[in-house]
Design a binder for this molecule. Structure first.
Ligand code: AMP
Length: 282
């Protein structure tokens, strides 16, 4: 496994692979790897001849009052996780390497970002799109693997790949959960005391919604209201949003039908957790 820190060397290595006709599976991450990231690497390993993992905590996608400095980092551990998953290259650039000067072009994502995390984290997806355009040009992958835990990100990347004609196949991967149902996240380490037990209520409320829909409920307001009450009753967290849209278009629905996403964000004292389920409603 090679660790590469410069864009020039990464591009050189990737061009060499491409000239030999080798398929490249790419997993972009911010590090502090867990089983969610591992399932992406595993899938990339199965489907490609070479696997690239990038670890970059992208300052552009953090708002001024968010957790950029506190974001958990442990390169040594990530290194052994990547090695155990059969990763061939880790791209591990510094912020100076990725952003050596002020930008002369800015990217603005105008669709699929007015709701959910796009609404509560202004500029977040512009930062995600900017770094991904750069990373896609650096890595030039055949396939890129993204987790459905960040389903809005998958929807934005789908638009980005299509609008900018990247010759990349987007592979969405299901959310990996703890045994009790909590979605794995690098940010779960911020949960303090009882918050860890309470955090399971996010996935429980999503399961309540699923059961209600299976039982015939089609009114999104009723489902959201039920979930809101569940979270407020069972946790000390503050609901940032609980919303239901069509997926991946993220359009409002008066009646639940077709492919839908039920998504939520809840703020605990130090951690803001997100979770979602995607359902096909008859
Ligand atoms: P991050 O390091 O949080 O930026 O995540 C890197 C990639 O891993 C993103 O595509 C995430 O959606 C994905 N990911 C994070 N947590 C999970 C999870 N619990 N299950 C599946 N994929 C995940």
């Amino acid at each position: 496994m090679k660790i590469i820190r410069t864009i020039a060397e990464m591009q050189e290595q990737m061009l060499r692979l491409k000239s030999e006709g080798i398929s490249i599976g790419y997993v972009p991450t911010m590090g502090f790897l867990h089983e969610g990231h591992m399932s992406l690497m595993e899938r990339a390993r199965q489907e490609n001849e070479a696997v690239v993992l990038s670890i970059f905590v992208n300052p552009l996608q953090f708002g001024p009052n968010e957790d950029l400095d506190a974001y958990p980092r442990d390169f040594d551990r990530d290194h052994s996780v990547a090695e155990s998953q059969g990763v061939d290259y880790i791209f591990y650039p510094s912020a100076e390497e990725m952003y050596p000067k002020d930008a002369s072009v800015q990217v603005s994502v105008v669709d699929r970002t007015k709701v959910l995390c796009g609404k509560s984290r202004p500029g977040h997806f512009d930062g995600v799109a900017t770094v991904l355009i750069k990373l896609f040009n650096i890595v030039q992958p055949t396939r890129a693997y993204f987790g459905l835990k960040d389903a809005q990100q998958v929807a934005v990347v789908d638009g980005l790949i299509k609008d900018f004609n990247f010759p990349i196949e987007l592979i969405p991967v299901d959310t990996v959960r703890e045994e009790d149902g909590l979605a794995k996240s690098s940010r779960n380490v911020y949960l303090i005391g009882e918050e860890r037990e309470q955090a399971v209520e996010l996935s429980k409320s999503l399961q309540l919604a699923r059961t209600a829909i299976q039982g015939g409920e089609r009114n999104p307001l009723k489902i959201v209201d039920m979930m809101m009450r569940h979270i407020n009753k069972n946790t000390s967290g503050k609901v940032d949003y609980i919303e239901i849209y069509s997926y991946p278009e993220l359009q409002s629905l008066e009646t639940l039908t077709g492919k839908i996403i039920i998504a939520m964000a809840v703020k605990f004292s130090k951690a803001r957790l997100i979770d979602n389920i995607i359902l096909n409603v008859e």
